[in-house]
Design a protein around this ligand. Structure first.
Ligand SMILES: [Zn+2]
Ligand SMILES: [Zn+2]
Length: 76
């Protein structure tokens, strides 16, 4: 009966590791994306007023300070 208990612990550990990995992926999505504040502003039909976001937008980038990454999406 002891070995089955160990197997259960190992299975639980693997499950926790997979859940943790999925959580990390959610927090840091791959590829370019706008910062949350800029996405919110855009939804309201505005441009984000943060100084750091405005400066980043001038360079055609998403504000990394606010959680954005990579180049800004080209406007259609
Ligand atoms: Zn912003
Ligand atoms: Zn910013």
């Amino acid at each position: 009966m002891k070995s089955s208990k160990i197997l259960f612990v190992i299975a639980a550990m693997i499950g926790a590791t997979v859940a943790f990995a999925a959580e990390v992926k959610k927090d840091a999505p791959a590829g370019p994306h706008a910062a949350k504040c800029c996405v919110k502003a855009e939804k309201d039909g505005k441009t984000c007023g943060h100084e750091c976001c405005v400066a980043a937008a001038k360079d055609g980038k998403n504000c990394e300070k606010c959680g954005g990454a990579g180049a800004m999406a080209a406007k259609k």
